[in-house]
Write a protein that binds this ligand. Structure first.
Ligand SMILES: O=C(O)CCC(=O)C(=O)O
Ligand SMILES: [Fe+2]
Length: 329
């Protein structure tokens, strides 16, 4: 069923829901988030052997952080509140999953990002700002309607083929819109929509929660054993890459990590969802998270995990092993 938001999102490539979430809830999120973020930064910088050129883990003074499962942010199930779930059903028009439960932080000193699409493939990001944001502290610039291949092209879920240079050329014909947001708002963005991060000129962090929904199978996934094998290798790559401070090794490790999570349809396999959290989640939230690993065993049973779904992942893992060894020489 179409919603007002799904119609707008298909047409424009984004949707701005205003005053949709309770400010009191966002205050709770922010308090919890700030503690996680501080720990994250400490963990990140302790990985390097000596002083590093890295100012953050994602671009200059920008951070990307997966959120923990034992968290009010997950328990609140905000990602299916309002008419969000219906909107997602309508834009995906097939099965989908919440694959990355994450956050994007623009820190003081961040700069304009290169104009980009997050990917050529259709997917949807739900952003929840934890602070008000505008052009002072780095609200995202978007180029409306650029998720479609041309002004008159209808909305489809198909991948486009634009190269990085073509994306910049397309955007240069257009004016960006600053997607200013207030606490209590959320935004939905088609990952193909052209956009860029902008400078945070203040001295405060600008955190957004980012829930990334991807098209998925109904219920087929690799075994936990093969996923955990990939995640273990990801950890080994990071343990080798970070102390060297070598960008290409660190990038390889991170790209590989995202690949394993993508194959898993969930970033929650090594972040099990505690029972006291899943007990609070409604059926729509549990649907979005069905590929996660739950402490409540019966919730792991809705997915069929078998060798045939694992084969492609295992192949990628073996290829990465060889490539990483070559690169690390
Ligand atoms: O956080 C933002 O404002 C946008 C960041 C972004 O687009 C990205 O890192 O891909
Ligand atoms: Fe982006």
């Amino acid at each position: 069923m179409e919603t007002q938001a799904s119609i707008y999102l298909k047409e424009n490539g984004y949707y701005h829901g205003k005053e949709k979430l309770s400010p009191a809830l966002i205050t709770q999120f922010k308090r919890e988030f700030d503690l996680f973020f501080e720990e994250k930064r400490e963990r990140f910088f302790s990985r390097f052997e000596s002083n590093t050129n890295y100012s953050a883990n994602h671009d200059i003074n920008r951070w990307n952080m997966l959120l923990p499962s034992d968290s009010i942010m997950l328990k609140s199930g905000f990602f299916v509140q309002d008419d969000l779930f219906q909107t997602l059903q309508s834009v995906f028009d097939a099965h989908f999953a919440l694959v990355f439960f994450s956050s994007d932080i623009s820190s003081p000193g961040s700069a304009f990002q290169t104009i980009h699409q997050d990917g050529n493939d259709f997917a949807v990001a739900l952003n929840v700002p934890l602070v008000d944001s505008d052009e002072q502290n780095g609200a995202t610039h978007i180029y409306p309607k650029t998720h479609r291949v041309a002004v008159n092209a209808p909305f489809t879920n198909e991948s486009n083929k634009f190269s990085d240079d073509e994306i910049i050329l397309r955007a240069e014909q257009l004016d960006p819109v600053s997607l200013d947001v207030k606490i209590g708002d959320y935004t939905l963005r088609d990952l193909r929509l052209i956009h860029r991060g902008t400078p945070n000129k203040t001295t405060e962090q600008r955190p957004y929660l980012s829930s990334i929904f991807l098209p998925s199978s109904e219920n087929q996934a690799p075994t936990f054993e093969s996923i955990n094998y990939g995640l273990k290798l990801f950890k080994q790559f990071k343990d080798i890459a970070f102390p060297t401070g070598r960008t290409e090794l660190i990038d390889y490790a991170n790209t590989f990590g995202r690949l394993v999570l993508g194959f898993s349809n969930s970033d929650r396999v090594n972040r099990p969802i505690p029972k006291h959290i899943s007990d609070q989640l409604n059926e729509n939230a549990l649907y979005c998270l069905r590929f996660a690993f739950f402490e409540d065993e019966k919730l792991n049973e809705r997915i069929i995990r078998n060798v045939s779904s694992s084969e492609e992942l295992l192949h990628e893992i073996e290829t990465a092993k060889v490539e990483f060894e070559q690169l690390a020489k």
